[in-house]
Design a protein around this ligand. Structure first.
Ligand SMILES: Cc1cc2nc3c(=O)[nH]c(=O)nc-3n(C[C@H](O)[C@H](O)[C@H](O)COP(=O)(O)OP(=O)(O)OC[C@H]3O[C@@H](n4cnc5c(N)ncnc54)[C@H](O)[C@@H]3O)c2cc1C
Length: 436
């Protein structure tokens, strides 16, 4: 039986980041991955080799923002291992049927100038709104970069500017109550409190719903961060596609002597008589021993309910299985994503078409209700397939390396919320694929 200090189940990018930090700290590490390639939901693959040869698709993640709130890229020196981030600017284009359009640049100032063409009042409000959410991001950023339960680590991450922004949100009873109210409200209430114009409210609601719920849902006004992040730290994509992030991590892990084994679905976590995870068994029956511990890149439900002996889980925590079964629920909203290979980019003839509209995300969000329907119909078992609200990216406008050289543009990805558990990897006709 092969022995390592740590065995990691799953080579998603979070599993790989974990492996990289452990290797840097001097541990020996084995990463076991179920699929034939590492990366999980962060891969770029030639998904249609016959119908669209040379086209490379980001099968899941495309736009990277949150990673720049933490130190991972710099601390792991991923540039040295081949990662290069390209930043989108503009970051959003949302054409409205009334002839207006929301064109957001990386700069808040430039974005306000675009909004002011239609509504000077909303432009002023947008600057205030973004300032508020930027301060919120700085105030909570230290929490992202510490173990969830470690108050000491969280406090240790607070620098002077984080405290300043936190105080600017909490200073005084009125501000604190106002902040609480904002956090408890919905994107709808928050946006309608600020803005008059539908051409602005609809795309902001669409982005807030990236949190996975309709924009009328209370307590997710913080989804406004999804737009604020596009201004700062910015919206980026690795050159070559999201898989280039995974590849840089793989390069680092291999250079530091770590081992990644693909096609190795873990079936069972092996637990010692003392209750310590001491290894894993994969589908082929092979076992790997871990002297320091086993780390899971999978969610807690799959780990504790499917890969561990119930008696071992109960011995560790008698309430855990009940909590996982009953309290952690899936709201069943998921995403339908369609990847296409195109011979040219779609044109916005009614909106003085510029190719730069396709550098960031194009949002099809005609009105607040258009977005609301796309997110709430699936919860009632209906598919919002008639004129759906969508999030559309054409990654090759920013990064032509993802399509064959002779092609003008490719890699259109539509994302929209839906609930389609029965649709699995439907192949469509020529040059397109459909995934749920
Ligand atoms: C369609 C879609 C679009 C998205 N778009 C974006 C985006 O634009 N921007 C963004 O920031 N985020 C996006 N996300 C979210 C982002 O992709 C994920 O949050 C992130 O990739 C999760 O990484 P992870 O390492 O935590 O988990 P995963 O990537 O899920 O990794 C888990 C790994 O474990 C492996 N595994 C599972 N079972 C076993 C087993 N038994 N044994 C061994 N290995 C196993 C899996 O194959 C996988 O490789 C998107 C997600 C989806 C689904």
């Amino acid at each position: 039986m092969q022995t390592y200090d740590v065995v990691i189940i799953g080579a998603g990018h979070n599993g790989l980041v974990c492996a990289a930090y452990l290797l840097k700290a001097g541990y020996s590490v084995l990463v076991l991955e179920k699929r034939a390639i590492p990366g999980g939901a962060a891969t770029t693959e030639a998904a249609l080799p016959e119908s669209a040869p040379g086209f490379r698709f980001n099968l899941c993640a495309i736009d990277h923002e949150f990673i720049h709130l933490g130190p991972v890229v710099e601390e792991l020196e991923l540039k040295k291992y081949g990662l290069e981030y390209l930043y989108c600017d503009p970051v959003v284009f949302c054409p409205n049927p009334d002839g207006k359009a929301f064109l957001a640049h990386r700069s808040v100032e430039k974005t306000c100038a675009e909004i002011a063409k239609y509504s000077p009042r909303d432009a002023k409000k947008y600057a205030e709104y973004m300032d508020f959410w930027q301060r919120m991001i700085q105030a909570i950023k230290p929490v992202f970069n510490a173990p969830p339960k470690s108050i000491v680590d969280i406090l240790g991450n607070y620098g002077a500017h984080n405290f300043r922004d936190l105080l600017s949100l909490l200073g005084g009873v009125d501000k604190t109550l106002d902040l609480l109210r904002t956090l408890l409200t919905s994107p709808k209430c928050s946006l309608e409190e600020q803005f008059d114009s539908e051409f602005l409210i609809a795309p902001l609601a669409r982005l807030a719903s990236e949190l996975g719920a309709p924009p009328s849902e209370k307590t997710i006004a913080i989804g406004a961060m999804m737009m604020a992040l596009r201004h700062n730290p910015g919206m980026s994509r690795p050159r070559g596609g999201t898989g280039a992030l995974t590849q840089a991590l793989v390069n680092l892990i291999q250079q530091k002597g770590g081992v990644i084994r693909c096609d190795q679905p873990v079936q069972q976590v092996l637990v010692s008589n003392e209750g310590r995870a001491e290894g894993v068994r994969v589908a082929s029956g092979e076992e790997y021993r871990a002297t320091k511990g086993v780390i899971s890149n999978l969610d807690a439900k799959r780990l504790f309910l499917q890969m561990a002996d119930p008696a071992d889980v109960d011995a560790a925590d008698p309430n855990l299985r009940h909590r996982l079964e009953r309290r952690i629920v899936n709201n069943n909203e998921t995403i339908l994503k369609i990847d296409c290979a195109l011979s040219e980019i779609p044109r916005f003839e009614r909106f003085d078409h510029k190719d730069e509209y396709w550098i960031g995300s194009v949002l099809i969000a005609d009105s607040f209700n258009h977005v609301e329907a796309a997110h709430s119909l699936p919860a009632m078992g209906k598919i919002p397939d008639e004129n759906p609200s969508m999030y559309v990216d054409v990654p090759t406008v920013l990064d032509p390396s993802m399509a064959p050289p002779a092609t003008t543009h490719s890699g259109l990805s539509f994302l929209r919320p839906t609930k389609l558990p029965e649709l699995k990897a439907l192949d469509s006709t020529a040059r397109a694929g459909l995934m749920s």
